[in-house]
Design a binder for this molecule. Structure first.
Ligand code: GTP
Ligand code: MG
Ligand code: ZN
Length: 288
């Protein structure tokens, strides 16, 4: 048996990279697919059986994201564009919450800055993210990518964000050898939106970067309202200081988070987006 990492998955065809950097195609044993299906990023044991490589075992995961479906990532880079589609703190915060909840560090990259003026209102929001301690980078067509490349070095990263935000374009810009399909191409071929269709890890900027398909909706139904706040960076300095130990920072009296919002120490926008997600969690429960 040899150890390998899944770098690409299309139906039951897994591309894996072995410890000595060889790429092989493997299939999953039927018994595996019934339980925990192997996903991109998984560390697996593979074995040569009869005439093919077979995944025998999925090693324990360090973390896993559901959307995109990927395991064992060091960080999630959220790509969000200034325009086309428009910058939205609602969407960005929802992604930050989901990623943080999975115990993965979010890094924000704002794309298409070449298409807006320097006084675009989104720059104010960007400053608030920085103030709260998030890593935020800005980029645009033709911009130097060396600063962003350093973020990816030596790590397994997942690139996530709305369809059309520019995920595949950013990978192409960082690695000129790549020609991942981007929306110009799929529009020309009449394929419309959602250009990237599967999760794949690419060797980029001395690290591994998963290009993923953009999404149109997010699912909060599996989150716990009691646990959500603990992983939100903005709230961390105030957690454990509320009057009630099980405070979810909604309507409880003596809530340290809410008081920090009133003192403008925590972004009102982030707090409102948090309250909205609490409601989404409730709605998911009711629907489920
Ligand atoms: N001007 C400008 N255009 C960009 C930038 N990044 C991406 N684009 C354009 O935006 C469109 C969408 O880019 P893609 O890279 O296909 O977006 P994606 O996030 O990979 O989309 P999906 O694969 O559908 O999720 C393409 O037409 C790109 O050329 C940028 O920084 N500046
Ligand atoms: Mg893409
Ligand atoms: Zn509280």
């Amino acid at each position: 048996m040899i150890k390998a990492r899944i770098i690409k998955l299309i139906s039951n065809r897994y591309t894996v990279l072995t410890e000595d950097n060889q790429t092989m195609i493997a299939t999953a044993m039927g018994k595996l697919r019934l339980g925990k299906s192997p996903v991109a990023g998984d560390e697996v044991s593979i074995e040569y059986l009869e005439d093919r490589w077979v995944i025998q075992k999925v090693l324990e995961r360090r973390n896993e994201l559901v959307r995109p479906l990927i395991a064992n990532v060091d960080q999630a880079v959220i790509l969000t564009s200034m325009i086309n589609p428009d910058f939205s703190t609602v969407l960005l915060d929802r992604l930050i919450f989901l990623i943080s909840y999975a115990h993965i560090e979010p890094v924000i990259v704002v794309s298409k800055c070449d298409l807006v003026s320097d006084d675009h209102p989104a720059y104010k929001d960007i400053e608030e993210y920085r103030k709260a301690g998030y890593k935020v980078f800005t980029t645009g067509k033709g911009w130097d990518t060396s600063e962003i490349e350093s973020v990816f070095e030596g790590k397994i990263s997942v690139l996530t964000g709305q369809s059309g935000a520019g995920k595949s374009s950013l990978i192409n810009r960082m690695n000129p050898d790549f020609t991942l399909n981007t929306q110009e191409i799929s529009m020309a071929l009449g394929r419309g939106k959602h250009t990237t269709r599967h999760v794949e890890l690419h060797p980029v900027a001395k690290g591994w970067v998963a290009d993923t398909p953009g999404f149109s909706s997010l699912d909060f139904s599996t989150l716990s309202k009691d646990e959500l706040a603990w992983d939100i960076l903005d709230f961390k300095p105030y957690l454990g200081k509320c009057k009630f130990r099980n405070c979810i920072h909604d309507n409880e009296p003596g809530c340290a988070v809410k008081e920090a919002v009133l003192r403008n120490e925590v972004s009102r926008v982030r707090y409102q987006n948090y309250l909205d997600v609490l409601q989404l969690i409730d709605q998911g429960r009711k629907l489920g």
